[in-house]
Ligand binder design. Structure first.
Ligand code: APR
Ligand code: PHB
Length: 389
């Protein structure tokens, strides 16, 4: 079997890259370890930067998004019972779009199937060969058969537990990691969102976030112990704790209901350098992870895809490998700025068990400065709506 680009991973990164390549007449095969149905069970953040929406439009997969999504011009920060708004539109005319990642992934799968682009599911034992040569290949097992796919390039879009990253030799690979001493307990409920914008809350009891998917589907989070278990939390205990962490104005009007999804996510920051090795290029979670506080996981996967797609398009259309040679350097410049922002949001909004009284006062001063300073709010707005590609 032969193709131009083998894409390992059928999550948002791989699907978006595959669709952009298809639109440019570049053939790509997506190898996905799971089934489409399994991939679509994953619940992830739902705040899209303008750059991602533009890429989805370019990929021809934005129709439902435009019909069902919401645009937000700002967000709310709360400190115990006080809250203040940060009007993004006052500082930059670039609203964010609220649309579930699951729906975005569904749209990309539907689009891929509509153009009969090839996706292999239930793929096992993926092995990358000759990535440092001009003739790499990928071997894998599908339906009990071993197949080899010869290609020009391999895109490692297989997430943080994939195989791609490990094909960069250990002596070359530099991994940076920061583990946070807490997790997020998330609940999805068919209830009316408590506010028309997201509410990020720093309370003495810990962080909370009020988000949404649509007017009848809300998404809430409370900070919990890193090793907590959802069996420790009934729905009532969750709603009661959430109400204790958000201002009374929101707690008093909170629409509670049975959780239709409840899960705990651990928080960490991670970056792998470099993001390329020979003809292998890493995109998205395969190369980096952010704590979800800044809603940057999917959006940073999108900027990687933007850089890699344009570099591959330049190679195939102009036989020019300049952008490909600089992919890792280019992508990492933005990756690290997003890592900083995600770390800052997490450090400013969460209750760290090891924080001293001094640390707590510094954290409060940070939030007070954000409330009072237009410069601080402008900086947050520029980062939150999405740094330029
Ligand atoms: N072979 C084939 N597919 C694999 C392999 C493998 N060896 N290992 C992992 N995969 C698949 C996973 O099943 C998953 O569907 O790769 C896909 C990777 O998708 P994601 O983990 O969603 O990563 P990415 O596409 O980069 O999207 C990043 O998704 O997980 C969220 O928070 C993350 O919002 C971010 C976004
Ligand atoms: C979500 O809606 O799941 C969400 C929104 C914003 C975040 C994190 C998660 O910062």
């Amino acid at each position: 079997m032969r193709t131009q680009v083998v894409i390992i991973g059928g999550g948002p990164s791989g699907l978006l890259l595959g669709q952009l390549l298809h639109k440019s007449g570049i053939d790509a095969v997506v190898l996905e370890r799971r089934t489409r149905e399994y991939v679509l069970t994953r619940i992830r953040a739902g705040v899209l930067e303008r750059g991602l929406v533009d890429l989805l439009e370019q990929a021809g997969a934005a129709d439902r998004l435009h019909n069902e999504s919401y645009t937000h011009d700002g967000t709310v920060f709360a400190v115990n019972n006080e809250h203040f708004g940060i009007p993004f539109s006052k500082y930059i005319d670039k609203p964010v779009t609220v649309y579930g990642q699951t729906e975005l992934t569904r749209d990309l799968y539907d689009k891929r199937e509509s153009v009969n682009a090839q996706t292999l599911f239930n793929v096992e034992d993926v092995v990358l060969n000759n990535v440092k040569s001009n003739a790499p290949s990928v071997e894998c097992r599908v339906a009990e058969k071993t197949i080899r796919i010869d290609c020009d390039f391999i895109a490692g879009c297989d997430g943080s537990y994939g195989v791609s990253r490990h094909n960069i030799p250990a002596e070359v690979r530099n991994e940076f990691e920061k583990i946070y001493p807490f997790g997020w307990l998330g609940v999805l409920a068919e209830t009316k969102p408590v506010h028309e914008e997201l509410v990020y809350a720093n309370s003495d009891r810990g962080f909370a976030l009020c988000s949404m998917r649509n007017q009848n589907l809300s998404r809430y989070y409370v900070q919990c112990d890193a090793n907590d278990n959802i069996d420790n939390w009934t729905d009532t205990q969750f709603w009661d704790e959430l109400k204790r962490r958000i201002p009374d104005q929101f707690a008093d009007t909170l629409d509670t209901g049975p959780s239709i999804e409840k899960s705990i996510a651990k928080l960490r920051s991670f970056v792998c350098e470099p993001m390329q090795w020979g003809r292998l290029f890493l995109c998205g979670d395969a190369a980096h992870i952010v704590p979800p506080t800044g809603a940057k996981g999917l959006n940073t996967a999108a900027s990687d895809v933007h850089y890699l797609y344009n570099a591959l398009h330049q190679w195939y259309s102009e036989n020019d490998h300049t952008a490909l040679d600089k992919y890792s350097e280019t992508a990492l410049k933005r990756v690290w700025k997003v890592q900083r922002f995600s770390w800052w949001m997490t450090s400013t909004l969460h209750r760290f068990p090891q924080y001293s009284e001094f640390d707590l006062r510094v954290q409060r001063a940070e939030l007070e400065f954000l409330q009072q300073s237009e410069a601080a709010q402008a900086s947050l707005a520029l980062n939150y709506v999405g740094l330029p590609y």
